[in-house]
Design a protein around this ligand. Sequence first.
Ligand SMILES: [Zn+2]
Length: 337
Amino acid sequence: MQLQGTILFGHEFDLIEGTITIENGRISHIEEEANSSTDIILPAFINSHTHIGDSIAKDAGSGLSLDDLVAPPDGLKHRLLAAATPDDLISQMRKSINLMESTGVAAFADFREGGVDGVNMLQKAHSNSNVDAIVLGRETIDVLDIADGFGASGSRDSDFTHERQSTKTANKLFGIHAGERDKTDIETALALEPDFVVHMVHPTSEHLDHLQNTNTPVVICPRSNIVTGVGLPPIEDLLCHTTIALGTDNVMLNSPSLFREMAFVSKLFDIDPREILRMATSSGATIFDLNYGILEPDREAKILVLDGDSNNLSGSSDIISSIVRRASPSDIKQVYL
Ligand SMILES: [Zn+2]
């Protein structure tokens, strides 16, 4: 199997005209050679933070505060999740997974509500999918029997010391929301030595130094932060201190589209588009220890092919910038997972 076109090669996305050879699901060779293809070949995306359970509640609760929307146990989202039937939850989660696959997502990391049953439902929804699901369960530590880790709501809700210890013992992931509405839950979250934190809209310089010194990565979800009215993360500052990946957060609030998340970041922040594309690809791979998100030999072949001659992308004078700022699912020629 071979793919030909303009290849975004390696960590720096060097533009190479050439051919990628795939053998047994792995990239075996990347040859630089002239060709007439207008295809653009890039690593498939990694959506580093989702809650696809609330696919049953898209665009519910407009205008509500963050707590009224999503805080456990009584926020609108949790009441709607409790009222939904398992069949409906599974079917709507499956649609969101299918949507992610068709829009170039190779893997997503989900904080799944509902304890063991909730994780089971996601795994049912995910069966037969080509997308990799990294499932972090919540609410009970028993989820570690079947999930990839524990996803904590936030240190103001509970003391997660036991859950953190259990994930370490089980050699599984521990992620936690922190610094979403203000800075007050950041210190206690970082004291748990999480594998990653989500949001970090309100870090102080001490928190940033702590992230750097402990090499703790951050998943940011800026579109979600705007919808819930908590502000925007200081992305430039965060990038100076640690690994930053993009997540789309609650499907209730936003579509799980990394095209939209990248475009949003690129319009609001003066950040190199290469850096933004890394947030949607290789940074998530670093956090979740995935052997893709970068196009180079010996990586798993999880690849997105865009039509560089589409009505939308034709005439681009800066391919990376156009991918980040204007590309959309309609430009996709192939998602190879
Ligand atoms: Zn979240």
